[in-house]
Design a protein around this ligand. Structure first.
Ligand code: 1GP
Length: 240
């Protein structure tokens, strides 16, 4: 369990972690090398691979290609069981605890076991909360669950804490890929105060200032996808 150990150690040492999200649907295999070249020169510490609507085996091809070009841990962030490949290093085993769709709470997980059996993937139990970022995102559409309202801070805090008490090793506050607004700083702050496990925040973070604010508010690991998809020069702002 070296990925999780490293995250825990980084939290203790107050080291900020940054995951770049690669959506296999939006990245051609022949573009991976040049993308990873820029990523390697940046402050990124992890590469997450996944998406809400990826089909078939393209995840495996993308992961193989990523692994050719980097030493960073590659962690699956799957929208569905067909995105599981043993070519990655680990997997966020996400339970969508903000919603009440049993498929995304436990159903897909049961189906995933036959895919996971026999792989060496480090499985990291993760409580996943969808928070309203001001627009309907793919997570909401695909999972058919409503996001939690940003103004209902107590509900978000209690949901996150319930996840921890259920044994989730990470809590992920997700505004959804391409969210108009990222998770509010106050929400991040209140959740962080209650949690003893590392906190991941993602969705709608597009600038260096937003990234800084999200860390200051208590995020241990931040996930950014869209900003790099739209403009790879963002890597320049985040040089090592
Ligand atoms: C989405 O949290 C991630 O699952 C990243 O979101 O694409 O908006 O950066 P963005």
């Amino acid at each position: 369990n070296s990925i999780y150990k490293h995250i825990k150690a980084s939290v203790s040492n107050r080291k900020r972690l940054l995951a770049v999200l690669i959506d296999p649907d939006k990245m051609a295999v022949n573009h991976v090398a040049s993308f990873i070249f820029k990523l390697n020169a940046s402050k990124a510490t992890h590469i997450f691979v996944g998406g809400s609507t990826v089909n078939g085996s393209i995840t495996e091809d993308i992961v193989k290609e990523i692994k050719e070009h980097t030493q960073l841990p590659v962690v699956l962030f799957p929208g569905d069981t067909n995105q599981i490949t043993n070519k990655a290093d680990g997997i966020l085993f996400l339970s969508l605890i903000s919603g009440r769709n049993s498929e995304y709470l436990i159903g897909k997980h049961v189906k995933a076991v036959s895919e996971l059996r026999g792989t060496e993937l480090e499985v990291i139990p993760t409580g996943y909360l969808l928070i309203n970022g001001g627009n309907e995102t793919a997570v909401e559409r695909v999972t058919e669950t409503k996001p939690l309202d940003q103004s209902n801070v107590q509900c978000i805090v209690d949901t996150a804490k319930a996840g921890e008490l259920l044994g989730k090793q990470l809590i992920y506050l997700e505004a959804g890929s391409g969210a108009k607004e990222h998770v509010a700083l106050d929400v991040i702050n209140q959740v962080k105060k209650e949690l003893n496990v590392p906190l991941i925040v993602g969705g709608g973070i597009r600038t260096k200032l937003q990234l800084e604010n999200v860390y200051e508010s208590g995020a241990d690991l931040v996930v950014i996808g869209t900003a790099f998809e739209e403009d790879e020069s963002f890597f320049e702002d985040l040089k090592k």
